[in-house]
Write a protein that binds this ligand. Structure first.
Ligand code: ZN
Length: 185
């Protein structure tokens, strides 16, 4: 296993839609193991494949260390995840992102979602997630569609974030884990 560099805002891969996969291979198993290691190394609770430079539709989630949820949800890989249903309840919650170091802001999202995905054995699964798990799943599935959390902020909050985003692109704000700067100038 190895830690991979996290691609930072606004690398072109992070603005592209990822591709679905239909077969599990040893190479993908290794890649998923690397994703878990990269996420843990950066103390993240979610990571999308394009955040480590891969254009496949894979996310890993680990909310097992958080005390928010009463039932511990184990670290899990979600392949080709799709949100099938959103709750009517919309709540705000502060989000951050390994690709956007040191920017955090409150984002409004549905409190619960139903997600269809393939597990590590490529079996179809459906999960009804709420709370932090639902939050992370929405954030990471957004990544697979080329969307950052700050895209969902109000116009005013988005404008306030611009300065920090420019600094990340210039390399003036860097994380304390392995990273790769944007290929967009
Ligand atoms: Zn993110």
């Amino acid at each position: 296993m190895s830690v991979r560099p996290v691609y930072l805002y606004n690398h072109s891969l992070l603005r592209q839609k990822t591709n679905q996969i239909d077969t599990m291979t040893d190479e993908i198993k290794q890649f998923i193991a690397d994703m878990f290691e990269t996420m843990n190394n950066a103390s993240g609770i979610g990571l999308a494949a394009n955040q480590v430079g891969d254009n496949r539709s894979i996310i890993v989630v680990d909310v097992s260390d958080t005390e928010e949820d009463e039932v511990v949800f184990p670290p899990t890989v979600f392949i080709n995840p799709i949100i099938e249903k959103y709750s009517d309840d919309i709540i705000d919650y502060e989000e951050g992102c390994l690709s956007v170091p040191k920017l955090r802001d409150k984002v409004f999202r549905p409190d619960a979602v139903r997600v269809k995905y393939l597990d590590k054995d490529m079996n179809e699964q459906i999960i009804d997630a709420e709370g932090l798990l639902a939050r992370v799943l929405q954030h990471e599935i957004d990544h697979l569609n080329g969307i950052y959390f700050f895209d969902r902020l109000s116009a005013v909050r988005k404008t306030l974030a611009q300065g920090k985003l420019r600094k990340i692109m210039r390399g003036d704000i860097i994380p304390d884990y392995e990273y790769l700067l944007s290929d967009i100038q």
